[in-house]
Write a protein that binds this ligand. Structure first.
Ligand code: GTP
Ligand code: MG
Length: 682
């Protein structure tokens, strides 16, 4: 009999039994912290009793045949599940609200520099299209492809393989799902070195203080914190003058705009059409796409081909990796992140969404298509909206596309607005932060000018799409914090032994010659040169997406999912984390021992739920139940996960970009949340 896992059983019927069965573990925990005999896993005559559902399993099973809980899963709730937790407000108005207000102070809200962002469509920080370095002369890092979902190498088969691995069993062959094993010793040595060097010239008192603080935390009954990393407080960081944008700089603010939505809703067609209308794709290039698309019997995909450049994408008529392109509006230098809509490529979509300041959610207005995209099981409209919201994006434009297919019907538009609006509000989007734009990418209606269609004009008098983009609020940037750049891709120039790390600067700034700490390897290198939009540039600041050519570092140590940071402010590396999560519309509960896929910025790892500490009231954040047996849809909870390999991560309260997480299983996102505690650093 095949091993059943936590997602292999229909729990709908049994769920309430679990609730009835639920016990407060604290009542059963003996003073020495061990469970009383009755609660322990019972081993008797070749069987062992599951500690959760009490089913007697065969000795050979490593997980419960009924509920999937691992045989040795810890169910000791500990005494810290009653920790005071800040309200988790996914409903109102943003996940970011759970951080303390004081941390907002360093955000300056100034314009990001975009001096060098002039040229047309492209790619590169995320995929290979017109790569930063020419395709023929580059090769992708093997280490990066194993760690991060990206690139043309991330085929559907591989994706399925991953999802299957994650959903069915935590394969012992880590290479199939996880990052390559890391040289932890070397890394720690380096971290210590850099930390001590930063401390040696600094105030020894601060080390004592931070150790004292640690003691306070441990004594407070929260999760045991054996965090031994010594880092300088970010408050000690003083940015240099060139790192801060000059108010007088006459440049457009960069806006990273994710184009998301269900498969085939028209995201690439819309992006391609916009780029063409705004002069980023020449008439000659457009003719070429049209001709080639027609030749392959896919004439309707001509605009999408501007973004979908790989043979596989074109043959299948779907986007598989995020494509990056650029255009200028009146107010912004817009970086378009055209995401894949197919459910197999959600991990790639996540990688793009992680960089977004705002999003266009494209929905297909056609009868049946919109409904299918909203389907909880198969539709991606809801999942994408939830993901983008939990990345901290709170401004969204809903492009109701293919209005030509419904004769530009006002009723249909209102129906979609009403249905989707209810859902978006439940994700935490405010009405005032949602723009609804009826349009047709195919017929060029309402994109960059007032529509010409008489029917649409008769009832729609709002802004066109480009106007709506200009109405978005400028993003705030962490210019005055130490450098942080999660690496989304690595490009190697094998002939010259050069390596470039690509990604968006979440904080700080870089220029040629800047020293950077490459994590998780812990090695220091320096910036040889910088490229933005395939153009050399002299510096990059928070918010900019760049390719950073590095020198003085072994290319194999630079990997997607890693982070470039300031040498004195290393990011944490950990595999044991406490999370606060909101469970999405799952049909099977999350249990202790559940095997999951853990995503944080561009890294992902296999993970296991080791404890469920508490259920929280989503409105007040107060603990409503300690040590629940399982988590079901829409519940907010604090839990602990153990990752199979370490990731670069920060607590959300100190760095949002590195503290937002997603849990996935069986090809679906099952929970979104934040890192509340790094329980143990690697
Ligand atoms: P994925 O990236 O694979 O999720 O798809 P997508 O959302 O990028 O859709 P894509 O742009 O590839 O378009 C899918 C199909 O929808 C193509 O056949 C397009 O021609 C068609 N399409 C896109 N926009 C419109 C539109 O405004 N009207 C009509 N009728 N068809 C459209
Ligand atoms: Mg597409």
């Amino acid at each position: 009999m095949p091993r059943k896992v936590s997602y292999g059983v229909d729990y709908d019927e049994d769920y309430y039994d679990y609730e009835d069965y639920d016990v407060d573990h604290d009542l059963y925990v003996e003073e020495n912290g061990k469970l009383p005999q009755s609660e322990k896993e019972t081993i008797n005559c070749g069987i062992w009793r599951c500690s959760v559902c009490t089913y007697d399993n065969d000795e050979s099973f490593s997980a419960c045949d009924i509920c999937g809980v691992l045989r040795n899963a810890s169910i000791n709730s500990g005494t810290n599940s009653d920790k005071k937790t800040a309200p988790f407000k996914f409903d109102v108005p943003s996940p970011d609200d759970l951080v303390s207000d004081g941390l907002r102070s360093s955000k300056m809200g100034l314009k990001a520099n975009s001096t060098d962002l002039k040229t047309s469509r492209v790619s590169s920080s995320i995929n290979e299209k017109n790569g930063v370095l020419s395709k023929s002369s580059t090769e992708r890092s093997d280490s990066s492809s194993a760690l991060m979902p990206k690139g043309r190498h991330f085929s559907r088969d591989k994706s399925n393989h991953l999802e299957n691995d994650m959903g069915n069993t935590l394969s012992s062959d880590k290479s199939s799902v996880c990052s390559p094993s890391l040289n932890l010793k070397g890394r720690n040595d380096k971290i210590d070195e850099s930390s001590s060097s930063s401390m040696s010239g600094g105030n020894p008192q601060s080390l004592t203080n931070s150790l004292n603080k640690m003691d306070v935390n441990v004594g407070s009954g929260l999760s045991k914190n054996v965090n031994t990393r010594v880092t300088r407080s970010k408050a000690e960081y003083k940015p240099e003058k060139w790192m801060l944008p000059d108010q007088a700089e006459d440049t457009l603010t960069q806006l990273n705009l994710a184009i998301v939505g269900h498969v085939d809703s028209g995201k690439s067609t819309l992006s391609g059409r916009l780029l063409h209308l705004l002069g980023r794709i020449s008439q000659k290039e457009m003719h070429k796409y049209e001709k080639e698309a027609k030749l392959q019997g896919k004439g309707s995909f001509a605009y999408a081909w501007a973004l979908d450049e790989s043979t596989e994408e074109r043959e299948r008529g779907i986007t598989m990796t995020v494509a990056v392109a650029y255009f200028d509006s009146k107010k912004y230098h817009v970086v378009v992140l055209d995401s894949p809509g197919h459910k197999d490529f959600v991990p790639n979509m996540i990688s793009g969404a992680a960089q977004a300041d705002a999003a266009i959610l494209v929905v297909d207005a056609s009868v049946g298509s919109f409904e299918a995209s909203m389907d909880g099981g198969k539709g991606q409209t809801r999942e994408h909206a939830q993901l983008i919201r939990s990345f901290g994006v709170d401004q969204i434009i809903v492009a109701v596309n293919k209005m030509d297919a419904v004769d530009y019907s006002n009723e249909r538009f209102d129906f979609i607005k009403q249905q989707l609006g209810t859902f978006l509000r439940s994700c935490g989007f405010r009405d005032s932060s949602i723009s609804w734009i009826p349009l047709s990418a195919m017929e060029n209606q309402n994109l960059v000018a007032v529509p010409s269609n008489v029917c649409l004009l008769s009832w729609y008098h709002g802004p066109y799409l480009l106007d709506a983009v200009d109405s978005l609020q400028p993003p705030t940037r962490d210019f005055s914090k130490p450098l942080l750049m999660p690496i989304c891709d690595v490009v190697k120039l094998s002939s010259l032994g050069q390596v470039s790390a690509c990604g968006k600067l979440e904080a700080g700034a870089l220029r040629s010659g800047s020293k950077v700490l490459v994590m998780p390897s812990g090695n220091v290198g320096s910036v040889r040169s910088l490229e933005r939009n395939s153009q050399a540039c002299t510096f990059a600041r928070a918010g900019d997406s760049v390719a950073v050519s590095l020198q003085g570092i072994d290319g194999s140590l630079v990997m997607a999912g890693g982070v470039l940071c300031h040498p004195d402010f290393p990011v944490a590396i950990a595999k044991h984390l406490e999370l606060k999560v909101l469970v999405l519309d799952v049909t099977t509960p999350i249990l202790i021992g559940s095997q999951l896929e853990f995503h944080v910025h561009h890294a992902r790892e296999a993970a296991r739920v080791v404890r469920i500490l508490s259920l929280l009231d989503p409105k007040t954040g107060k603990v409503t139940k300690k040590a629940p047996r399982c988590l079901s849809a829409k519940q907010t909870a604090v839990l602990e996960v153990a990752l199979q390999g370490p990731v670069c991560v920060e607590e959300f309260s100190s760095c949002r970009a590195l503290g937002r997480v997603f849990l996935r299983a069986l090809g679906r996102t099952i929970a979104v949340g934040v890192v509340t505690r790094i329980i143990e650093e690697t």
